[in-house]
Design a protein around this ligand. Structure first.
Ligand code: HEC
Length: 102
């Protein structure tokens, strides 16, 4: 909820917060908060690779940057990025902030 209220304040129009997007797109099926699984790296591991760089993560989510975390499994994740097509820049930023624990 905090994300939604914050988003409303920042963008001035209604959109789902980062956590809501993450869950509604099924990202949490492969990404757990702090434990890597065979399905995917944890959010903590992703945070380690991005070091709080929201802009770099947004670029990745838009398909404009190479994978940093497990490059040998990048193809699995690349297919997931299609689910994010149609999200606004503000929504992608909220999603990136959620992933990076901001
Ligand atoms: C079928 C399992 C699966 C689902 C569902 C999934 N991911 Fe991933 N994700 C992976 C795997 C495997 C990797 C490791 C490969 C890589 O680093 O690109 C990964 C990596 C990532 C990374 C790190 C990218 C990098 O720079 O390496 C981010 C960010 C990410 N996922 C976000 C998401 C988001 C957002 C969603 C929901 C739209 C999502 N994932 C759904 C499996 C999944």
């Amino acid at each position: 909820m905090k994300g939604l209220i914050l988003s409303l304040g920042l963008a001035g129009f209604v959109f789902a917060g980062g956590e809501a997007i993450f869950k509604s797109k099924g990202c949490n099926a492969c990404h757990k908060p702090d434990k890597d699984t065979p399905m995917g790296p944890s959010l903590k591991t992703i945070q380690g690779a991005y070091g709080g760089d929201v802009n770099a993560l947004v670029k990745y989510l838009k398909g404009q940057a190479e994978a940093r975390v497990w490059p040998d499994k990048a193809a699995i994740m690349k297919a997931q990025l299609n689910k994010l097509k149609g999200l606004s820049d503000a929504e992608l930023k909220a999603l990136a902030e959620y992933i990076l624990g901001k």
